[in-house]
Unconditional design. Structure first.
Length: 148
C-alpha cells in the first residue's frame, strides 16, 4: 500500500510531494534489491546467504538533512540478523544529502506492524514534520496533507 502526502510550509511557498510506499513488493528486501544502490548489493546478499535473517523491512521513508534542512524520500532497508557465531546485528541503508553531502536522518522509520494497526503515513508523520524547520524559510511551520 502506498500513500501520497504533501509537505508544505504555512509561512512560505515550500511544497514537496511524497510517495511513501509499503506493499507486497516491499514484503521482502530481496524483492526490492534492484532499488537499493548497487554498492550495497554484495553486503545485503551476504547477509541473506550466510546468516539467519530475523526481521527485515523495506519502505520509502522520509529523510531529512540536519545541516541544510532538505527533505527526501529514499528507500530505507533495515535487516536484523544473527551471525553464524550467534551475534545479533542490524544492517541499515544510509543516504547522503545531494546538496551538502551530510548523512540523512530518517524522520519516521516504518517498523513492522500489524495490518490492523495501519493508521496511514500522513497521520504518523504530521506531528514529526511539524517539529522540523522548513527547507526554504527555516521556520518551524511545516504541515502535511494526504493527496492520494
Amino acid at each position: 500500500m502506498g500513500e501520497m502526502i504533501e509537505i508544505f510550509c504555512k509561512e512560505c511557498d515550500y511544497k514537496k510531494g511524497c510517495s511513501l510506499d509499503v506493499g507486497m513488493k516491499y514484503s521482502s528486501v530481496e524483492n526490492v534489491l534492484e532499488l537499493v544502490h548497487p554498492s550495497c548489493w554484495k553486503e545485503i546478499k551476504d547477509i541473506f546467504h550466510n546468516h539467519e535473517v530475523l526481521v527485515q523491512d523495506a519502505s520509502h521513508t522520509l529523510f531529512r538533512c540536519v545541516k541544510c534542512n532538505a527533505l527526501y524520500v529514499r528507500l530505507y532497508v533495515k535487516i536484523h540478523y544473527q551471525t553464524t557465531d550467534g551475534k545479533k546485528r542490524t544492517y541499515e541503508t544510509h543516504h547522503l544529502c545531494s546538496k551538502c553531502q551530510t548523512e540523512l536522518t530518517p524522520v519516521d522509520v516504518v517498523e513492522e506492524r500489524d495490518e490492523d494497526d495501519y493508521g496511514g503515513e500522513q497521520e504518523k508523520l504530521a506531528p514529526l514534520v511539524e517539529q522540523l524547520p522548513c527547507p526554504k524559510c527555516a521556520k518551524k511551520s511545516l504541515a502535511t496533507q494526504t493527496t492520494g
